[in-house]
Design a protein around this ligand. Structure first.
Ligand code: SAH
Ligand code: SF4
Length: 363
């Protein structure tokens, strides 16, 4: 007989079968899962939601991930890189509005010039904001020296999604060449931890070929690698990518969304003190998707600070929300939504991952 949801939820250590059962929960069982995740969130990280102002710095990318709208081979988009002044303006806005943290994200370019550009930007950001912003980078795989240089220039967190932790699935959604190796991605995650970054990872949910077992392994990967922050969300097809041809094999978007919510709840329950983002892709499928994610365990939101003129060119997937709203409108609408979800905003606080400090203590 399968164990009851109540007995699974309160276990200290969850095995694959437990995770599988939580992921497959329906109706009453799923309700219990969500309620328990909300309780754990309240008890461990509290009801504060922290903002990370997202700056989509450049859509130039050297990689060709089969799922992504800004992949190198997509010739249909206009490529851009924000000027330093545009970045600093966005950063100053975040600072003025007490966001306390920003994320600098872009396609993956690994070159001495890129290293220099980012270091330079980090120095300017520190100067413009009195060193008061918590800076997260999301710039793909980089060499150890580069990661160290950026850390020394003020970056404190780094997001690098593993995308799919199963090597088999990873190889199906990426080209087969040395630039797209899961081993390098895993090594980079380890390097980030070693270099002292608060390290974030995550996956896409509902990818072609993905099984429930893959998702269970994804959760175990995140747990077993002692990750500090998680950003996960539904895979959303993009018509100018190779995976689009498999759109008829996908789960309906609503199911991808529901599975993502369950993934968030399970991670909150089994990792407790990590930071979990309510990703923009959740909102792309469901208008109040991010609020639903906050209710079941997420505690981070990334309002978009990219100038509107670039947003059309940073469409990682289709139906990306808020592509025509300036930062101010985004903020007002978000505030109301968060309060509606029963949370409050941690203005002026970095909202670091509690898990990170626990990890440092035991290192
Ligand atoms: N180039 C960097 C950061 C930018 S991409 C990197 O790849 O790490 C940021 C994230 O967008 C990726 O990690 C991926 O998980 C997500 N993404 C890309 N295409 C997507 C799609 N079609 N649906 C959902 N998420 C997608
Ligand atoms: Fe480039 Fe990141 Fe998109 Fe891959 S997911 S193509 S690395 S921007």
């Amino acid at each position: 007989m399968k164990p009851s949801m109540d007995s699974i939820l309160t276990k200290q250590i969850h095995n694959s079968d437990d995770i599988f059962q939580m992921l497959n929960s329906k109706e009453d069982e799923r309700k219990k899962l969500f309620e328990y995740a909300a309780k754990i969130k309240k008890e461990t990280v509290g009801n504060k939601v922290y903002f990370r102002g997202l700056i989509e710095y450049s859509n130039i990318c050297a990689k060709d991930c089969y799922y992504c709208g800004i992949r190198k081979s997509n010739k249909k988009i206009t490529r851009y890189t924000m000027s330093d002044t545009e970045v600093i303006d966005a950063v100053k806005y975040a600072h003025k509005e007490n966001y306390a943290s920003i994320v600098l994200q872009a396609g993956e370019i690994s070159s001495p010039q890129q290293t220099k550009n980012i270091t330079n930007l980090l120095n300017q950001i520190a100067k413009a904001t009195n060193n008061e912003l918590g800076i997260t980078l999301s710039l793909g795989e980089q060499r150890e020296e580069t990661l160290k240089e950026w850390k020394n220039a003020g970056a404190r967190r780094y997001l690098l999604r593993i995308e799919a932790s199963s090597p088999e699935l990873y190889s199906k959604i990426h080209p087969d060449n040395p630039m797209h190796k899961i081993e390098t991605r895993i090594e980079t995650l380890k390097l980030l931890q070693k270099t002292g970054y608060q390290t974030g990872t995550g996956v896409m949910v509902g990818l072609p070929f993905q099984t429930a077992e893959d998702l269970v392994s994804d959760i175990e990967f995140i747990r077993d690698n002692n990750i500090d922050m998680v950003g996960l969300g539904p895979y959303i097809e993009h018509k100018d990518t190779p995976l689009y041809s498999l759109r008829n094999t996908l789960l309906p978007q609503k199911e991808r969304f529901d599975l993502s919510l369950k993934m968030i709840a399970i991670l909150r329950i089994i990792m407790k003190d990590i930071n979990i983002a309510a990703s923009t892709a959740m909102q792309a499928i469901d208008k109040i998707g991010r609020e639903k994610a906050l209710k079941v365990g997420a505690n981070i939101i990334m309002p978009n600070l990219t100038p509107v003129k670039y947003r059309e060119s940073y469409l990682l997937y289709e139906d990306k929300p808020c592509i025509d709203e300036e930062a101010e409108e985004c903020k007002n609408c978000l505030e109301a939504r968060i309060v509606m979800a029963g949370d409050e905003i941690g203005y002026g606080e970095w909202g670091d991952s509690k898990r990170f400090f626990a990890r440092q203590k035991h290192a």
